[in-house]
Design a protein around this ligand. Structure first.
Ligand code: FAD
Length: 319
């Protein structure tokens, strides 16, 4: 079996996404890491990828990928996979890359494992760790025909530094069909937000159903602002329409790993914990002393979040 591992690099405003660089660092530990970068900025970005672990970078600098990535990327990657058979194709779990992985899998009849938090080769056998129901389930796959696709969870790996590594660059001689360019993005709505992004914040203050009603979420936002952090939420209140999905922390939301995570009116369901258990310090405010979140918390406050949060915010502002 080939020890070549491809990593599809997602570009965000012309620079590699941190989540893709995390995957590249992991790939370089597993075998020969080769990156694929698609988009107008691809040629510019490619040389820097050696320092993150790539030994080779396939480049296709075409603005068609920047309009709507999925269909052109699936076409280019399918053609590339017909020529070569890397052992694995890794991608971070993001909206765009999930979409690409699913279509690529079906079109080329490959194998796909999602939400992986670790990968290892034991001889020719690949083990993939996937968290499920609060447990880490190890899926063992046998030596395979063709390439396996694995989507990995953001923050599962750190960005590695391969200073001095120079990647070989191969420019792809690809043409994107009209069919693959049929979808055009006609408008993009930027949601204005202040403070750090939820997934990068050093402090996250999250609220749950215990806040009682949507208007009370401002108490969470005020504490997050005072701590220069970001507000997050449970699925219960996102599903209730209090907040957009982008706030959701958990198994089917974002994975966060801040230094401090404050859970307010959150019971601590395993699906929520899956997205925040890597936090360094966890503080829980819950009026039920038996709430499961307390078994995970470093510091717990049994009480009414609606009266504790304003006091906490005042105290933080005072200092
Ligand atoms: P509840 O479980 O209702 O907890 C509310 C808590 O608030 C209680 O502990 C209560 O004691 C406390 N409380 C009440 N009043 C107060 C007060 N005044 N002050 C302080 N505390 C108070 N959930 C996620 O969060 N993220 C996910 O990604 C996610 N993915 C899921 C995927 C699947 C397939 C499924 C089935 C579920 C998923 N869930 C997810 C939902 C999850 O199972 C829980 O339902 C959800 O996390 C509960 O949210 P909550 O803690 O806000 O609400």
């Amino acid at each position: 079996m080939s020890n070549t591992i491809w990593v599809l690099i997602e570009l965000e405003n012309g620079t590699p996404a941190r989540s893709s660089l995390e995957v590249l660092g992991k790939a370089a530990k597993l075998g020969r890491a080769e990156a694929i970068v698609l988009g107008a900025a691809a040629a510019e970005v490619a040389p820097s990828l050696g320092e993150y672990g790539a030994e080779k970078v396939y480049v296709h600098a075409d603005a068609a990928y920047d309009n709507y990535l999925t269909l052109p990327a699936v076409e280019t990657l399918s053609n590339l996979l017909k020529e070569q058979q890397p052992a694995l194709l890794l991608m971070a779990t993001t909206y765009n890359l999930r979409d690409i992985a699913a279509r690529l899998n079906v079109r080329n009849n490959l194998g796909l494992i999602t939400d992986a938090t670790d990968l290892a080769f034991n001889g020719n056998e690949l083990s993939v760790t996937v968290p499920w129901g609060g447990e880490n389930v190890v899926t063992a796959t046998h030596p395979q025909q063709g390439t396996g696709i694995v989507l990995t969870r953001p923050k599962a790996f750190s960005v590695e530094n391969y200073a001095g590594r120079t990647a070989e660059i191969e420019t792809l001689n690809a043409t994107i069909s009209a069919e693959a360019q049929a979808i055009k993005i006609v408008d993009t709505v930027e949601v204005a937000s202040e403070g750090p992004a939820l997934e990068d914040a050093n402090v996250v203050v999250s609220g749950g159903r215990g806040l009682g009603k949507a208007e009370n979420f401002r108490l969470v936002e005020e504490l997050a602002t005072a701590l220069e952090g970001a507000p997050g939420a449970t699925r219960a209140i996102v599903d209730a329409g209090w907040l957009p999905y982008s706030y959701q922390v958990g198994q089917t939301g974002k994975t966060v790993k801040p230094t401090l995570y404050i859970a307010c009116g959150i019971s601590g369901a395993i699906q929520h914990i899956a997205g925040m258990k890597g936090s360094k310090y966890i503080v829980a405010i819950n009026k039920d002393e038996h709430a499961p979140i307390f078994s995970l918390a470093d510091f717990g406050v049994v009480g009414d979040a609606l009266s504790i949060l304003p006091q906490l915010t005042e105290e933080v502002k005072r200092r």
